[in-house]
Ligand binder design. Structure first.
Ligand SMILES: [Mg+2]
Length: 120
């Protein structure tokens, strides 16, 4: 499955990309929401985005709002990757159309469970 990891932290992107690659997924990466929208436009078949909250240029929340306003991405699943202190923002993101969230720090098993919960 094709998965887009969106985070301004290269270390976090590398960690997530490694876990997902180990699980057999194809991983694309973006450093902020705007770059992620560009990646989505340029690539077919992305099934799910793992979305950081705090990012420059375009935040995770703004990205969720933009994706949910675009009918082309109605089947795209969105999972917030967040810290405990960002819980309130997570609720906002879920209200804006995010499907799931995972709390940092997380294990590969947690990622697998959350993907299953989204029917993937
Ligand atoms: Mg960040």
């Amino acid at each position: 499955m094709k998965i887009l990891v969106i985070d301004d932290s290269r270390a976090m992107r590398t960690l997530l990309a490694g876990m997902l690659s180990d699980l057999g997924h194809e991983v694309l990466q973006a450093g902020d929401g705007k770059e992620a929208l560009d990646v989505l436009r340029a690539s077919d078949g992305v099934k799910v985005c793992l979305v950081d909250w705090n990012m420059p240029v375009m935040s995770g929340y703004e990205f969720v709002v933009a994706v949910r306003a675009d009918a082309r991405y109605s089947a795209l699943k969105l999972m917030m990757v967040t810290t405990e202190t960002e819980m309130e923002q997570v609720i906002r993101a879920l209200e804006a159309g995010a499907d799931e969230y995972v709390m940092k720090p997380f294990t590969q098993d947690v990622i697998v469970d959350k993907l299953k919960m989204m029917g993937l």
